[in-house]
Structure formats: structure tokens, C-alpha cells
Write a protein that binds this ligand. Structure first.
Ligand SMILES: *Cc1c(COP(=O)(O)O)cnc(C)c1O
Length: 404
């Protein structure tokens, strides 16, 4: 079948919730993807910060294949060994005490909110608690996760959402302080805001929020779904700061392509929160995803992924800074490690589309940010290739805009 036929059929079958680019991806190798016509794309999106190990990693693939032949699924009524090993590795790398595996980032957020509410319920002997979230945040699309997502456009058609959510300004400690009441049970935020436009937390802010939480026994929920798993140069982005969350959410690169998420908590929270009957999942933490997560942690260690990120990220930053300095239509760069954003006055959607023509996958964040979240295994030569393709795309879009 021809590419266009696939696309036509897809547009009749799949619910139209995405305006997709006219590309049908077929396979991947290293940091490159190939479409059904055999065209090569350098991938600086990693399936939205998922494929940290790139494509076709043999050891990762073999771990999955072995598990497929052995046992795909049981249920959470029994124990299984892959998930026990995965949990051990995840807890060791985070310093957290307890973990619950989910099937997505959204579900990790749902679990985290429930855990925080239950903690406050146990402590106070009643329900009716509130959550403080951040403007321009993104936590997912289910009703609970959407309720803490600070984006009116995403929320409006689905109201009323979960009640008791207030929105503070990210990186503005006073705006958080002003919203705290006796009912506040949790403050939820991304350690680095992703979809909202790549905004890292400032130290004074995140450390200030931590201090407020300690003072008032409010739980700090950090959403590390996008910025976690080595992306910023530490296993979890909060490890850059003098803070530790009470509850942490993780997903995306946790399974490097297998649908898995998790929420982690400290023992102090676990003691007063979700108990048998309070929460559950059919698939969550099944043997297949357990094997994937376990292999991911092993390969991060064996291939020294964090060291690699810390070596290659400064090069990416330098190259992006040079580009920002060179062109008026690029106004700023911000980010941490291999989670970078460049602000542009040109329409960023058009740049993404043009980049595809040049064989580069780069995505957007917010309304005016180009987002760079490549596989963590990229090398300097890939940065050079990306910059070359991006620059060509930018110049063409700039020219087209002028002609209009
Ligand atoms: C992607 C994302 C989510 C939602 O994860 P899904 O796996 O798409 O459900 C939540 N929080 C952040 C910060 C994300 O980037």
C-alpha cells in the first residue's frame, strides 16, 4: 500500500484527536527513524521523551522477547519476579520507599492525587481536601489529571472537573503561599514544565515550596513523567535541588517504549495512604513491563547514560545558543540536560513540518517553543546534523513568512 492510502484509511478509522504530520513511520535504528518510503529521520523527539535508549537496542529487545516467551501477564492478585526486580531498581535510584506501577503517566498522576487525599483523610478523619497545581502545567487527560492541568483550553469542555483545585504561578512562591488553606493536602508540579514550554523550576521556588509543605504537612507531588529518567542529567530532575518529593510520578522513558508509569512515595505517606481496596489496576506492573523497566535501569547503569547526558547536553546547549544568537526569530533557549526549548517568533508548527521534509523530527511545546527531547544516546555528531537540518528549515519558514 502507498503511504497516502494508509493515511486516508487512518483518517477514516482513528478518532481525529491529533492533526498528524503526513509521515508513516516504519522502523528505527539508533537515533534514526525510517518511514514506509524508506526516508530517514534524525529523531530529536524520542516519541515524546520516551525512547531514551534510541531504537533497536539489542539487550533491551532481548529482555522483552525472553519475557514474551515466558509470561506476559498475570494479575496483581499474585506476585511476579520481573516487577519485583523493577521496583527494587526504581526505588534504589530514587531513594523513595514504595512504588505502584501504572500503565501511563496520567494514571500515575491519578494515583498520586488519590494517595495524597487518602493521606490527609487518614490524618484529619475527614475528606474535602484541596490541591494546588500550577498554571501552564500538563499532567494528563483523564478527569483527575486534567483537573490539575493548568490549561483552560484543555479543561473547558469537560467541566465540572475534580473540585478543590487552585492554580498558582510556576516559579512564584508567593502565589503558592497565597493559595494555601487548612484544607490543602498537596501541591503538584512538574520539576521541569514540559508541554507548557520547557520551564525548569528555580531552586528558590522548589525549595521554598518544599519548606511550605514541611511546615504545614502538605504533600509535595513532583511530576517527573517527562523530565525524569535521566533526561536532565540526574535520574530524576528533583535530584538537582535540595528537595525530595513525598510522591513522585514517572512514566514516558521508564519503560522506553512499553506503556508503563509509576507513582512512588515515602514510607511516611505510604503508612497513611492507599490500603487494600483503595486502588488497583489490571495491567499495571505486569511481567512484560516489569522486564522492560528492569532492563532500562540495568542499561542506564551499564551504558552510563547519566554521564553521557552530562557530556553531550552542554554541546547541545552551546549549539542552540549559537543559533539563538544568530537569528532574530529565535529569542531564548531554556532547559536542563537533554530537555531543551528554543523560543521562536516564527510559527513553530510550521518549523516542525518543514524539519520533517529535511529529515528531522523536532516537536513543539506551548505556542512558541521548539522542544528538543532526543534519545539520551545521541552524540555530538547528531547534534551537528540536527542543527544543520534545523537551520535549513528555519530559513525556509522565515522566507515563506516574509512572502505572505
Ligand atoms: C506526558 C505527560 C503526562 C501524561 O503521561 P501519559 O503517559 O501521556 O498519560 C503527565 N505529565 C507530564 C509532565 C507529561 O509530560
Amino acid at each position: 500500500m502507498e503511504k497516502q492510502e494508509y493515511i486516508n484509511i487512518a483518517e477514516q478509522e482513528l478518532l481525529h484527536t491529533y492533526n498528524r504530520f503526513p509521515v508513516v513511520l516504519d522502523h528505527g535504528k539508533g537515533v534514526y527513524l525510517y518511514d514506509t518510503d524508506g526516508k530517514e529521520y534524525l529523531d530529536f523527539a524520542a516519541g515524546i521523551a520516551v525512547c531514551a535508549l534510541g531504537y533497536g537496542n539489542e539487550e533491551y529487545g532481548n529482555s522483552l522477547k525472553e519475557q514474551v516467551d515466558k509470561l506476559l501477564h498475570t494479575s496483581n492478585l499474585y506476585y511476579n519476579t520481573p516487577v519485583i526486580e523493577a521496583a527494587q531498581k526504581a526505588l534504589k535510584s530514587s531513594g523513595m520507599d514504595r512504588i505502584f506501577f501504572t500503565n501511563s503517566g496520567t494514571e500515575a498522576i491519578e494515583g498520586a492525587i488519590k494517595a495524597a487525599k487518602k493521606y490527609a483523610y487518614t490524618r484529619d478523619g475527614h475528606a474535602g481536601h484541596e490541591v494546588i497545581a500550577m498554571e501552564h502545567s500538563f499532567h494528563g487527560r483523564s478527569i483527575g489529571a486534567l483537573s490539575v492541568t493548568g490549561n483552560a483550553h484543555y479543561q473547558e469542555p469537560f467541566e465540572p472537573l475534580m473540585p478543590g483545585v487552585k492554580f498558582a504561578k510556576y516559579n512564584d512562591l508567593d502565589s503558592v503561599k497565597a493559595l494555601i488553606t487548612d484544607k490543602t493536602c498537596a501541591i503538584i508540579m512538574e520539576t521541569v514544565q514540559g508541554e507548557g514550554g520547557i520551564y525548569p523550576a528555580q531552586s528558590e521556588f522548589i525549595e521554598g515550596v518544599r519548606a511550605l509543605c514541611d511546615e504545614k504537612d502538605i504533600l509535595l507531588i513532583l511530576d517527573e513523567v517527562q523530565c525524569g529518567m535521566g533526561r536532565t542529567g540526574k535520574m530524576f530532575a528533583w535530584q538537582h535541588y535540595g528537595v525530595k518529593p513525598d510522591i513522585m510520578c514517572c512514566a514516558k522513558a521508564l519503560g522506553c517504549g512499553v506503556p508503563v508509569g509509576a507513582f512512588f512515595m515515602t514510607q511516611r505517606v505510604a503508612d497513611k495512604s492507599l490500603a487494600p481496596g483503595d486502588h488497583g489496576t489490571t495491567y499495571g506492573g505486569n511481567p512484560l513491563v516489569g522486564a522492560a523497566v528492569s532492563a532500562v535501569f540495568d542499561l542506564f547503569e551499564k551504558n552510563r547514560i547519566l554521564e553521557h547526558v552530562n557530556t553531550v547536553a552542554p554541546y547541545l546547549e552551546k549549539k542552540l545558543d549559537e543559533l539563538v544568537a544568530k537569528y532574530d526569530f529565535l529569542t531564548a533557549r531554556r532547559g536542563k540536560g537533554l530537555m531543551q526549548g528554543v523560543v521562536s517568533t516564527l510559527p513553530v508548527g510550521k518549523i516542525s513540518a518543514k524539519a520533517l521534509e529535511h529529515g528531522l523530527i523536532v516537536i513543539t511545546a506551548g505556542s512558541d517553543v521548539l522542544r528538543f527531547v532526543p534519545p539520551l544516546v545521541i552524540e555530538e555528531k547528531h547534534v551537528d546534523e540536527m542543527i544543520e537540518k534545523l537551520e535549513a528549515s528555519l530559513l525556509e519558514v522565515a522566507k515563506e513568512q516574509k512572502q505572505q
